[in-house]
Design a binder for this molecule. Structure first.
Ligand SMILES: [Zn+2]
Length: 421
């Protein structure tokens, strides 16, 4: 295993210091045969951690595999992704969770942590093997039916009770299907009416967050809210946190950057669930991410094959790529607007996601004795995004043709270079 000297980077706190890597760890002495990486003018951050990634394997290897998706993650500066359970078959047993864990190790680009389903087959009827998945080799701690909302309140309550003894967390896709049914595909408002698209009202998100926060309080268990998109949802989370309820929340890069007006041309690359919102909601999400009401950024990286996107808007599959431009978009929307500094970005894209998932060895400071999980970023470089330039097998990149920061120079996971520009 090669040792490294990372020469001259700035750290997130603004200090400047060489980093020494040996045996996969950060160490306090340079080894004589180490390879030098020139990081003058670059910023060294802890490796990014994604709590919400769709890798599509098993079942849709034409759209993404664990290999391709984890390589895209490394290119985006990530050293860990949490793989959502809505594959085919669904990750709802210990055996299936171990299978994802094995695929991640075999690919070897980032740490791949399986998320287990809350209910069998994501059907919302019976609980999945929560305890067995946790006790498996995969050590599952985050559970989610993402893509679907667990509508049955009693089932949700029982899931909270099941996961509490081992400090698990339920990550809910908050969408009341009575208020925003399977066909809902556009932020409900003047625009959805004009375009003739089924509306997805903000209240469909906030009522579920309120219910789940109260269930988390009643059971003393932990709730994580996936992809918050509305001012109403933010208000409920603010209330729950003030009350001391154990709730955390995420925002996606696309909901920080892109507005509902993108769907005017019916381009299905902008179809995503929950949908893109208006500027007022975007501002509320940015404010909440800055003040800590929303704890983290999670990508909801959702690759889709062309045959699933080349349809009328109402019929196309929802979802967009996210891993490779996540940091770019966070820089554009949060750093360049003065809402966050680099330390704030580290907290929201590395430290806090690892803490919520209790993922050992990730989200750690760049300190002696810690695993050498890091990303070197160029804070000044910009480029026009080209969807062809991607490790993902899919091309549903909503930033194609836009100029954005292009920061990631090098990613290192456990002392190995997993991406280098
Ligand atoms: Zn979702």
């Amino acid at each position: 295993m090669t040792d490294f000297i990372i020469s001259g980077p700035e750290l997130a706190d603004g200090s400047k210091r060489d980093l020494y890597v040996a045996g996969g760890l950060l160490v306090d002495e340079r080894s004589s045969d180490a390879e030098t990486i020139d990081a003058d003018g670059l910023i060294a951050l802890p490796g990014l951690v994604d709590l919400h990634t769709h890798l599509r394997e098993p079942g849709r290897e034409d759209a993404e595999t664990v290999e391709s998706g984890s390589l895209a993650a490394a290119r985006g500066g990530f050293t860990c992704v949490h793989a959502m359970a809505n594959t085919q078959p669904v990750t709802d047993t210990a055996e299936k969770a171990e299978y994802i864990d094995d695929l991640g190790r075999a690919a070897g680009h980032v740490q791949v942590v399986p998320i287990g389903a809350i209910t069998k087959g994501l059907a919302g009827k019976e609980l999945a093997e929560l305890g067995l998945m946790h006790n498996s080799r995969a050590g599952v701690r985050v559970f989610s039916d993402d893509g679907m909302c667990v509508m049955d309140s009693a089932l949700m309550r029982r899931a909270f009770e099941w996961i509490k003894p081992f400090d698990g967390v339920l990550a809910q896709h908050a969408q009341d299907i009575g208020l925003a049914g399977p066909g809902a595909c556009c932020h409900e408002g003047e625009l959805s009416g004009r375009l003739g698209l089924a509306g997805w009202p903000p209240v469909a998100e906030s009522v579920i967050i309120a219910r789940d926060a109260q269930l988390a309080e009643a059971t003393g268990s932990r709730l994580h809210v996936c992809h918050v998109t509305t001012a109403e949802g933010v208000d409920v989370i603010r209330w729950a946190k003030a009350r001391g309820i154990n709730v955390t929340a995420e925002a996606t890069p696309h909901h920080l950057q892109l507005s509902t007006s993108e769907v005017i041309g019916y381009d299905t690359v902008y179809k995503v669930n929950p949908p893109l919102r208006t500027d007022e909601h975007i501002d509320a999400i940015r404010t909440a991410l800055a003040d800590g009401t929303i704890d983290i950024v999670a990508t909801d990286h959702a690759p889709h094959a062309p045959q699933d996107k080349d349809h009328a808007f109402a019929e196309a599959k929802p979802g967009m790529l996210g891993l490779e431009q996540a940091l770019s978009v966070v820089m554009e929307t949060m750093i360049h607007t003065g809402r966050l500094d680099w330390a704030g970005v580290v907290e929201r894209m590395s430290t806090a996601p690892a803490r919520i998932a209790r993922t050992a060895g990730q989200g750690r400071p760049l300190a002696v004795g810690e695993p050498a999980n890091l990303v070197l970023v160029d804070p000044t470089r910009r480029a026009v995004v080209d969807r062809a330039d991607s490790a993902s097998l899919s091309r549903n990149n909503p930033y194609h043709g836009r100029e954005l920061p292009d920061p990631v120079e090098l990613t290192m996971w456990r002392g190995r270079i997993t991406h280098r520009r």
